[in-house]
Design a protein around this ligand. Structure first.
Ligand SMILES: Nc1ncnc2c1ncn2[C@@H]1O[C@H](COP(=O)(O)OP(=O)(O)OP(=O)(O)O)[C@@H](O)[C@H]1O
Length: 432
């Protein structure tokens, strides 16, 4: 049961004592940051242990929980929207899943590297929006990293992903427990740009990119027994009906998932159990949603997407300095994937509607329509490699001068872009 805490806001430092297996749930004020430190005992934030006595500074609006297995006292300083302690959490069931995965990783490590059993668990976390998928993924990854594994995190959530900016799917190895404030390290993620924050914009393209990502990871695993044994944790979108469900099945199949963790929905769990019963090597496990998961409406989600883009360019605490660069139109080539009809109407039988080819590459004229869009810089060497190539990073178009044929854009660093090939979708951002 959730117990009321010290009130909705903290202004002076306040100490909170937590009993064993309890958690302190905090929503930081939207207007200011909050500091928190561990005074005694041991505690973790989403699977990562908090160091004793060191103040951690959480940015505005962040929602998190401090959980303790054996009891702890923490101190908070700053403003919160709300905070309370809870003694009912699903953490024991989550850590039990971790223990099973850990045993599987050990078995895989002990198997000959060419046998099928050398592949560690491939876990996919599914469930409706706001069921705690990202949070559970994070815990499983951090607990595994704490044991010395380097599992691969795959994020297929193009709306609220946690590896890079929205409208992308991405993967990255997790070598250390995930920092409670900074989140997933951004060193060298493998990123594919889908271009839209919703899969219905071009579901076929989404599937193609999921397949590309899975193929690359498969190749990497073939040459790396350590990451192969550590396996992967795959986070998914919260759309679980209709097309969303179809895309979930596609992801389970494409990544050859061996464990499907279903959060917070009986119906989805029983549907998946039924459809996957022909695959004896796939376990479908239902897990309880945490009462601490905070629901976010469409407006909040959109705002969160804007924050992620800002964070990409400026850093979590404004610690990065992006550069404003100017290029001639002729230096860059912009493509859209899936644009335009496949064949002109005149070439079709009477009455037939032209169908859009979802993976057709269309060169886009550089004009003011690109203003305020976020574009991906492709690693492709040739245009025909664009769909199958991952991206180096992103730029944000801040000005288009059609008189001088110049484009001004924000990029993480100064200098020439790693490639002249850019991809545009519908991802916009208004910098403020
Ligand atoms: N136990 C908890 N206490 C406090 N906040 C929590 C807890 N668990 C999750 N949250 C917060 O709730 C929000 C939603 O959780 P999360 O992102 O894991 O859900 P999700 O199912 O992945 O959402 P989406 O459907 O958007 O992908 C996040 O801000 C997260 O930090």
């Amino acid at each position: 049961m959730a117990a009321a805490g010290g009130g909705p806001s903290v202004s002076t430092p306040e100490q909170v004592k937590l009993d064993k297996e309890c958690e302190l749930r905090v929503e930081v004020s939207p207007d200011s940051s909050l500091r928190l430190r561990l005074l005694s005992g041991t505690a973790e934030i989403f699977g990562t242990e908090i160091p004793p006595q060191i103040w951690l500074s959480f940015p505005p609006s962040v929602k998190f929980a401090v959980f303790t297995w054996y009891g702890a006292t923490v101190e908070m300083d700053g403003a919160t929207e709300t905070y309370y302690t809870a003694d009912e959490t699903p953490m024991v069931s989550y850590v039990n899943v971790h223990a099973v995965l850990d045993a599987r990783r050990n078995r895989s490590k002990a198997s000959p590297s060419d046998s099928e059993s050398s592949q560690g668990p491939r876990v996919i976390v599914v469930g409706p929006t706001d069921s705690g998928k990202s949070t559970l993924s994070r815990m499983l990854l951090s607990w595994a990293a704490k044991q010395g594994w380097k599992p691969t995190f795959v994020d297929l959530d193009i709306g609220q992903g946690s590896i890079t900016i929205p409208a992308c799917i991405a993967a990255t190895p997790i070598e250390m427990p995930i920092d409670p404030v900074e989140g997933i390290p951004l060193e060298m993620p493998l990123v594919y740009f889908y271009g839209h924050p919703t899969p219905s914009a071009n579901a076929d393209l989404y599937k193609v990119l999921v397949k590309e990502l899975a193929n690359i990871l498969e190749r990497q695993f073939a040459g790396n027994t350590e990451s192969r044994a550590a396996g992967m944790v795959i986070n998914t979108m919260g759309w679980v009906d209709g097309l969303g469900y179809e895309l979930l099945l596609h992801a389970i199949d494409t990544f050859n998932a061996t464990v499907v963790l279903v959060l917070g929905q009986e119906k989805l769990c029983s549907l998946l159990k039924d459809v996957l019963k022909s695959k004896p090597n796939v376990d479908v496990v239902k897990l309880q949603k945490s009462g601490g998961v905070v629901s976010r409406n469409a407006k909040v989600r959109q705002k969160a997407r804007g924050h992620r883009i800002r964070e990409y360019f400026y850093g979590l605490t404004n610690d990065l300095s992006p550069h404003s660069n100017v290029a001639s139109f002729s230096d860059l080539t912009v493509f859209r994937v899936g644009g335009g009809p496949q064949a002109p109407r005149s070439a079709l039988p009477i009455g037939a509607e032209p169908a859009a080819d979802p993976t057709r590459l269309v060169q886009v004229k550089i004009d003011r329509d690109l203003l305020h869009l976020v574009l991906a810089v492709s690693y492709a060497k040739e245009p025909n490699e664009i769909i199958s190539s991952n991206v180096a990073g992103f730029i944000y178009v801040t000005d288009i001068d059609t008189q001088r044929n110049k484009i001004t854009y924000l990029a993480p660093s100064a200098g020439e872009l790693p490639s002249r090939f850019l991809i545009v979708g519908s991802l916009t951002w208004i910098e403020n």
